[in-house]
Ligand binder design. Structure first.
Ligand code: FES
Length: 129
């Protein structure tokens, strides 16, 4: 399925209340997965959560190069060595903090989201990046 470019501006919809994204059990150490949150009127927000050991980071799933989602296949975000997120469109590579260090958007950043983890669940803050 061809990718559809999405706006490079702020996401059109953001939850008005803290929202659960997944459980910690859904995120094994050293894994990156994609999640979609839905609003009441079919709005949606695509996210990537990346876990390294006990550390978690999350991003809007939108490459700063052309605004495309990073993955071609579900949950295929990481490089073979697990050290970078890779955009499948043009090969941009991103550090754990979301900074692009290789590829056409080098020096730009994924839009990092505020997460909290408690009682075995991972939540998205209402604070927009
Ligand atoms: S859209 Fe991600 S590298 Fe081009």
């Amino acid at each position: 399925m061809p990718k559809t470019p999405i706006s490079k501006t702020a996401p059109a919809w953001w939850p008005q209340e803290e929202r659960e994204i997944c459980t910690l059990a859904d995120m094994p150490p050293d894994a990156a997965r994609g999640f979609t949150l839905y609003g009441d009127d079919d709005e949606k927000l695509e996210l990537i959560i990346w876990r390294r050991g006990d550390a978690l980071t999350g991003f809007v799933n939108q490459c700063p190069h052309m605004g495309l989602p990073l993955e071609t296949f579900p949950d295929r975000f990481l490089s073979a060595d697990g050290d970078a997120l890779i955009c499948s469109a043009h090969g941009a590579r991103f550090h754990f903090d979301g900074a692009c260090f290789d590829g056409p958007c080098r020096g730009q950043n994924l839009r990092r989201v505020a997460l909290s983890a408690r009682a075995g669940h991972i939540y998205l803050s209402t604070e927009q990046p």
